[in-house]
Structures are given as structure tokens and as C-alpha cells.
Design a protein around this ligand. Structure first.
Ligand SMILES: [Zn+2]
Length: 431
């Protein structure tokens, strides 16, 4: 076992102890004694947490009287959780979402089913612009309430960390308001009294999502606004800067200008790359050592190899292929080239209106040739990698932060097999 006590008399300080875990799917990045398979699974174990960090993993039978509360303060006791012999995994890390928006676009979804393309809708001022209008009109209270409801839904399916992008404001005031809301979500989650204790939120600035309508014919002025005003103003609020590098959005040169300035200002970088056409985004991600490049449907082998050499995580978003009824991204090619592959929802009202990482994992197994082990890795530790958080979350190991999903199943191999229902019973995030 990973962390045997040095003597049976010694006590371990703990705030929470989880007993009776039937299968602990650790996805540990270091070999664990007694663990089996590529996911490093342990059976019949307990786990202890102190100050939000996993401090002990061991045999359940050893956990009986090993722990003591952190202080002698009256009322300070250890919270005991009984996993009832079920499966526990790391919580899902959803590393790509557009969670902050108002309105929805069901009518456009059905127009597309009737034959209209994504590009045609954009040309008619629909698509992203529909959501930009609704978001600009919404109050901060409305946007916050919508975001919290979506986070609740995500957590109910097992997600514990969520990256959240702006990009439906596209003006100084609305982008700033959205970033302010995103930064405030963690604090609000603690006080809502919902089933959630907390989720980890990672803010991303995506001012270069699309050219706002009022800047038609004045592209350079909008780029100047993003580069000279927004990026410096938001550097303290957003951890990442992202760009939609695509024919209909921002060119390779425009994307390079924005991301280069963002990097100088201390942002980590993400890029929507090669989704609808070969945009050069994957190559740019390698050149600028972005943390991740996302979509990659049209990326060439050379560009993918450059990404691998630069340590860029490849994030695949099969919810888009499902919604747009296009080919699924070639996960096998990326895995065979040796890239780190992450999976995320791309939660947004146009091309992937889905909060559920179990669905994304299932799509990847059904349509992209990924094994369950690869898909679980892609939705946990590699999602963490896509946020630069792999040393802190994404696997269950002593020293890592406590972000767990409790499943209502006895064997993890039910995941992806038993489909169309929610197999997660709860999540636990402790700071
Ligand atoms: Zn996206």
C-alpha cells in the first residue's frame, strides 16, 4: 500500500476518512504497491484527507483507529464517509467549456438538422452572435444563476474541476463582467447549500472568439482592443488566454499576435485549432508552447508531432462531432503519435450543449476507438494536464488534492458499457 503508517501506535491527522472503497481507480502516475492494471486500481481500501490533501491510502482494515482530528477544539471531529464497497475514481476534469452565456439555440440546432451549415448560420449573424446578443443583455445575477445550475449538473455527472471561458461578451464591459462572475463561482459554490461542496474553476479569457458585429470591416481595431486593453486588464483574473483560430473567426497571424502578447503578460495559452479546416493552429500551439490545443480535426501529422515535442496536450471534443454530425476526431492517430490526449465537453449552446463527461467518455469509446482505460485517463489526469494542474489533481495519490467521484457501480468496467444513465452518485472536493 502507498502510505503505511510507520508504527501502529502512530496517529494520522485527518479531517475526512473514506472507508469501504471497493475499487479505487487511482490513475496514479507512479507505480503503487498492490495496484493492478494501467489505471493502478486498489481493492478494499480507505483514504484519508487533511487540509484538502490526500494524506493516506491503505487497506480498509487498517483504517479503524488510525486517525485523529486535526485539533483538540471541541466539535472538531473526523468526517467519516462510507463508500459502501463501490467504485471511486478521480473527479472528471472538464478542461474546455464555454459555460458563461445566456439564451439557447435550439432553433439553430434544428435548422442545421434541416441542412444549414455552421458557417452559413454564422454568415446570417446567427451562431455565436446569437449568444453574444443574449449574454450582453443578461444581468450579472442571471448569468451567475445560469452558471451555477450548469455547474450543479456537471457535478452530478462526476465533474470536479471545470475550465470556464469568456467569449460571449466581446466588449470590454461584458468580458470583464463574465470574468468577474467566473472568479466568484468558487466562493458562491461554498455557500449555496446545494449537494455540491465545491468545484474547482479555472478561468480563461476568450476575447478572440469571433469578431463582434459592431467591428465588421474594422478587424484591426478589435484586435487592438483585445491586445492593448483587454489582455493587460484581465491578466490577474484569467489563468489562460484562448483564441478561436479558424477561417470564420481569427486568422493564424491574428491568433499569433494575440497569443504572443498574452504569453508576455503571463497567461498560459490554449487554442481552438484546426476544427473546421486546416487553420495552422496546432503548429502555432507548438511554436508558442501552449498548454493545450483543442479540436484538431484537421491537424497534420507534422503539426501533431511538433505539438508532442513542445509538450502541448491534445484536447478532443467529440460532443461537437455528435451535434454537427461530422467525423469524430482521430484519437487513435494522436495516441499512436504519443501525444497526451484529453477529452472535454466543449459545453456551449451551439455545438455541444452537454454537461455530462460520462457521455463524452462514451462517445470517445464508441466512435473514436479509445479504450475505457484511455478514455478515463483522458477525462481525469490528462484533463488536469490540459490545465497545467497535473501535479495537483486528476489522480488519487498521497499529496494530491481531494477531488473524487463516487460511483453507484461495483466494477469500473461498467463505465461506457452501461450507457444513457448517470452512474455517478456524488462528488467530493475538499480544499
Ligand atoms: Zn470551444
Amino acid at each position: 500500500m502507498q502510505s503505511e503508517p510507520t508504527s501502529s501506535a502512530e496517529h494520522v491527522l485527518a479531517s475526512t476518512v473514506i472507508r469501504n472503497i471497493g475499487q479505487l481507480v487511482t490513475i496514479a502516475q507512479q507505480p503503487l504497491p498492490g495496484a493492478s492494471g494501467p489505471l493502478q486500481i486498489l481493492h478494499n481500501v480507505a483514504l484519508a484527507v487533511h487540509n484538502g490533501t490526500i494524506v493516506w491510502i491503505g487497506r480498509d482494515e487498517d483504517a479503524g483507529s488510525l486517525f485523529q482530528p486535526a485539533t483538540d477544539m471541541p466539535g472538531d471531529s473526523i468526517t467519516l464517509v462510507d463508500a459502501q464497497g463501490a467504485v471511486v475514481t478521480p473527479g472528471f476534469v472538464d478542461s474546455h467549456t464555454h459555460l458563461i452565456f445566456a439564451g439557447e439555440r435550439a432553433n439553430e440546432f434544428h435548422l442545421r438538422r434541416a441542412g444549414a451549415s455552421y458557417g452559413e448560420l454564422l454568415k446570417q449573424g446567427l451562431g455565436i452572435l446569437t449568444t453574444v446578443r443574449a449574454t450582453r443583455e443578461a444581468s450579472a445575477e442571471t448569468l451567475t444563476a445560469l452558471a451555477l445550475a450548469r455547474l450543479d449538473s456537471m457535478a452530478s455527472y462526476g465533474t470536479t474541476t471545470v475550465e470556464v471561458k469568456t467569449g460571449y461578451g466581446l466588449d470590454m464591459a461584458t468580458e470583464e463582467a463574465c470574468l468577474r462572475i467566473i472568479s466568484g463561482l468558487n466562493a458562491i459554490e461554498e455557500n449555496t447549500g446545494s449537494q455540491l461542496q465545491k468545484m474547482r474553476i479555472v478561468p480563461t479569457f476568450l476575447g478572440a472568439h469571433l469578431l463582434p458585429p459592431e467591428y465588421q470591416g474594422r478587424r484591426d481595431e478589435y484586435l487592438d482592443l483585445v491586445v492593448n486593453m483587454m489582455l493587460p486588464a484581465f491578466a490577474d483574473r484569467a489563468r489562460f488566454c484562448d483564441v478561436f483560430c479558424e477561417q470564420e473567426a481569427f486568422s493564424l497571424e491574428e491568433s499569433r499576435r494575440i497569443l504572443t502578447r498574452a504569453k508576455e503578460l503571463g497567461y498560459r495559452l490554449k487554442i481552438h485549432a484546426d476544427q473546421l479546416s486546416p487553420s495552422g493552429g496546432a503548429r502555432l500551439a507548438a511554436e508558442l508552447e501552449a498548454t493545450s490545443a483543442d479540436h484538431l480535426d484537421y491537424a497534420s501529422d507534422e503539426d501533431l508531432i511538433a505539438m508532442r515535442e513542445a509538450g502541448v496536450v491534445a484536447t478532443l471534443l467529440p460532443g461537437c462531432s455528435y451535434t454537427l454530425r461530422t467525423s469524430y476526431p482521430g484519437a487513435r492517430r494522436l495516441l499512436d503519435l504519443g501525444l497526451y490526449v484529453a477529452l472535454a465537453t466543449d459545453f456551449n449552446p451551439g455545438t455541444s450543449y452537454c454537461e455530462n463527461m460520462q457521455m463524452i467518455l462514451g462517445l470517445a469509446m464508441a466512435n473514436m476507438g479509445m479504450t475505457l482505460e484511455e478514455a478515463l485517463t483522458a477525462t481525469t489526469i490528462n484533463g488536469a494536464r490540459a490545465l497545467g494542474l497535473q501535479d495537483h489533481i486528476g489522480s488519487i495519490e498521497v499529496g494530491k488534492l481531494c477531488e473524487l467521484a463516487f460511483w453507484s457501480i461495483q466494477d469500473y468496467q461498467q463505465i461506457g458499457y452501461h450507457f444513457g444513465v448517470n452512474l455517478v452518485s456524488s462528488v467530493l472536493v475538499q480544499n
